[in-house]
Design a protein around this ligand. Structure first.
Ligand SMILES: Cc1cc2nc3c(=O)[nH]c(=O)nc-3n(C[C@H](O)[C@H](O)[C@H](O)COP(=O)(O)OP(=O)(O)OC[C@H]3O[C@@H](n4cnc5c(N)ncnc54)[C@H](O)[C@@H]3O)c2cc1C
Length: 425
């Protein structure tokens, strides 16, 4: 039977942060100790501010230690579509920032000497339909023309050099995308933040944020504190403490299964270049070899419902994996886990200041790059540093009609998207 905790936690168990006293006053309070919250905290202490980061659970117990670790820095709206809907200038600004953010993460990992198995191996996105291959090829051509990314198309006839599967119709390689061990990345950020003087308080939930004159009062499970500024980095784990955000963010469960170790020969066949992998379905799958190249980690929607804890959910995902890689039919699973990604109506990351509170959120399943980037941007905004500006500011961040935080409609939406995928619509 597989264990129901992330494979990543074997090597990087969730840290118990040494309990420190909660200070009654600080310059900045940050809610959420994932990549975004730690990215914000680190920037602020290094610029001389006193910072306390609060997390209702273990530090990094949210998306940041559960992900696939693919540094996609993805935007859900393709570059070509953005050009036609928003114009070339906006589309270029958004995509340039994605490239900058991805590079910045790699530089951060190197400069802070974070040993998180950063592997710049590239990503192969496989086309589930012939027409998707055409779309991928056009997108690659547009990206190369404007950004010189070196994206390369691979026809179906050559795809075995990228993936040991006959399910696809070719695909595209993006050499600029890498893999990391997400929990080691979080651990490295946490160690760096604690060393720099960020006050990180795990198991300390924030239940209310209230403006009092030109400061804020936060009700925490360890007392009320006063802060000059507040940054909210709760993403897919947003709760009633921030009702404004809750109406804008839908927590969608995403699940990953890890296989038992497979032979090197089999891995050579399935993932000859050890790249990050994904497909073009709306309800898409993302998968990769483990950093040591011994297992396949395969992620996607569990089943079309919110019940992610039972065997039905991971069996469903396993069947999908075996359809892609029949060679894995007899290979057992070692780990099964899931977490929430945060989707929003506008499908773009958000950096928003509202009633004096700064929000960094809406990473739509691509926060390995975006979360730290926007946490840091939020910090720079508070510091009044022009580097806090982002192309993503000022865009709509719409409330979802008739939604108060109970995502009852997710199963129906997933089922609808699966239907569209099934019939290639
Ligand atoms: C299964 C899975 C696979 C994924 N795969 C990828 C991938 O391959 N590539 C990629 O780029 N992205 C991926 N993601 C998304 C990525 O992990 C997230 O976007 C990113 O980690 C978000 O970081 P964050 O700091 O914004 O939020 P999180 O890491 O989710 O942290 C939010 C924190 O806020 C805390 N919190 C919430 N409310 C309160 C409160 N009231 N008081 C105190 N604390 C609170 C929570 O406890 C939580 O720890 C995946 C996510 C999942 C779940």
């Amino acid at each position: 039977m597989p264990v129901h905790t992330p494979y990543w936690w074997e090597e990087a168990p969730r840290p118990e942060v040494p309990k420190q006293p909660v200070a009654g006053n600080c310059d900045v309070a940050v809610v959420g100790a994932g990549y975004a919250g730690l990215g914000a905290g680190l920037e602020l202490v290094r610029k001389g501010r006193s910072v306390q980061v609060f997390d209702k659970g273990v530090a990094g117990g949210g998306g940041s230690s559960r992900s696939g670790g693919i540094t996609s820095g993805n935007l859900r709206i393709s570059f070509s579509k953005m050009i036609s809907t928003l114009g070339l200038e906006r589309a270029k600004a958004y995509y340039s920032e994605a490239i900058e953010a991805r590079d910045d993460l790699a530089q951060f990992i190197a400069s802070e000497k974070i040993d998180c198995q950063h592997q710049p191996v590239g990503r192969f996105t496989a086309a589930t339909r012939p027409k998707h291959y055409e779309t991928l090829a056009r997108e690659a051509e547009a990206l190369n023309r404007h950004f010189d990314l070196g994206a390369g198309v691979v026809p179906r006839s050559g795809q075995h050099a990228e993936i040991g599967s006959d399910m696809y119709h070719g695909g595209v390689v993006r050499p600029d995308i890498a893999g990391v061990h997400p929990a080691l990345l979080h651990q490295g950020m946490l160690d760096t933040a604690l060393k720099a003087g960020v006050g990180v308080h795990a198991h300390t939930g924030v239940s209310d944020i209230r403006r009092e004159g030109n400061r804020f009062e936060l009700a925490t499970s360890r007392g009320v504190i006063s802060a000059g500024n507040v940054i909210v980095c709760t993403n897919g784990y947003t709760d009633g403490a921030v009702p404004w955000l809750r109406k804008r963010i839908v927590p969608v469960p995403s699940m990953i299964i890890a296989t038992e170790p497979i032979s090197r020969k089999l891995m050579d066949r399935l993932c000859p270049k050890r790249r990050m992998l994904g497909d073009t379905n709306r309800v898409h799958h993302y998968f990769r070899p483990s950093p040591d190249g011994t297992r396949i980690l395969f992620g996607g929607r569990a089943a079309g419902n919110l019940q992610v804890d039972g065997p039905v959910a991971h069996d469903h995902l396993r069947q999908k994996m075996v359809r892609i890689f029949p060679d894995l039919a007899d290979v057992g699973l070692s780990h099964v886990w899931w977490g929430y990604v945060a989707m929003n109506l506008d499908h773009l990351p958000q950096l928003v200041v509202r009633d004096g509170v700064c929000y960094a959120t809406g990473f739509c399943g691509s926060g390995v790059v975006w979360a730290r980037w926007f946490g840091r941007k939020a910090a720079l905004k508070i510091l009044g540093d022009p580097a806090g500006a982002s192309a993503f500011e000022g865009q709509p961040f719409s409330a979802i009609p008739f939604y108060n935080g109970n995502p009852w409609f997710v199963p129906a939406a997933v089922a609808w998207f699966k239907f569209l995928d099934r019939f290639g619509l």
